[in-house]
Design a protein around this ligand. Structure first.
Ligand code: SF4
Length: 247
């Protein structure tokens, strides 16, 4: 398996067959079988959900885990639920996505220099993976980070679970994570020294309905973090700027 994990396509192809967490395999497949009434005519994905976005992304967004009737249904990160609606609208607003909506694989959505992943790739009951499940899934995040590493300039972590999961992985991959480890907070920004170049790590509240419906996380707050992370990642922010760079 090691040789195939040196590129994103190989990583994703292996990931979608993973059955390492019995509780999550049972849950993702039960949800896919029983379905929510409003999606009863759809075929749920019901498998591990791979990262979404280009293999040469310079900005990585790290969430928590797929939602039962969102990504576990559609097979693409943050696609088909309210959290994704919020995230992709903001990505589009700051010029990092081709459209503001994400409904299904094949809907035309493209991310510009951004990849989205999670420390746990299967939908967990109540959106709460166990520490063991997080640890089981860690090698996938580790492999993804190592593949992205040459071009990676910034990472946005959505929520404390992702933050705690990611720091040891960044440490192992060779970035200098300070001791004591930096604390998660919305607006946190830490620059980690690396062998080649620094990595900018940003904290942002998760785009869960719990946060977005209550106004704890507003579109302006998310767009501000996205803009800061895109700027330090050197990403173009408009179609004109993208076209100019590709000439
Ligand atoms: S959560 Fe990760 S390690 Fe566990 S079954 Fe899913 S892909 Fe495999």
């Amino acid at each position: 398996m090691g040789a195939a994990l040196t590129d994103i396509a190989g990583l994703d192809a292996h990931l979608i067959d993973c059955r390492a967490c019995p509780r999550l395999v049972e849950w993702r497949e039960t949800v896919a079988r029983e379905k929510r009434a409003s999606f009863r005519d759809e075929t749920y994905w019901g498998r591990p959900v791979p990262g979404f976005g280009p293999a040469d992304a310079s900005l990585l967004i790290v969430g928590l885990a797929p939602a039962a009737h969102g990504a576990n249904r559609t097979g693409r990160m943050f696609t088909g639920d309210r959290s994704g609606d919020f995230l992709y609208a903001a990505l589009h607003a700051v010029g990092l996505a081709s459209q503001p909506t994400a409904t299904r694989i094949g809907d035309g959505l493209e991310l510009f220099g951004v990849r989205i992943t999670s420390p746990v790739h299967c939908a967990p009951p109540a959106n709460k993976p166990t520490p063991q499940e997080r640890d089981n899934c860690r090698h996938w995040l580790d492999a993804e980070l190592r593949i992205l590493q040459p071009g990676l300039r910034s990472v946005i972590v959505l929520g404390g679970f992702g933050w705690q999961s990611l720091l040891p992985v960044l440490d192992d991959a060779g970035w200098a994570v300070p001791r004591p480890r930096p604390k998660f907070g919305h607006g946190a920004h830490v620059e980690l020294a690396g062998a080649e170049r620094p990595l900018h790590l940003f904290g942002c509240y998760h785009v869960s309905q719990q946060n977005t419906f209550t106004g704890r996380l507003t579109p302006a707050m998310l767009e501000s973090v996205l803009s800061d992370a895109a700027r330090v990642a050197g990403l173009p922010r408009s179609p004109d700027e993208r076209d100019a760079r590709s000439i």
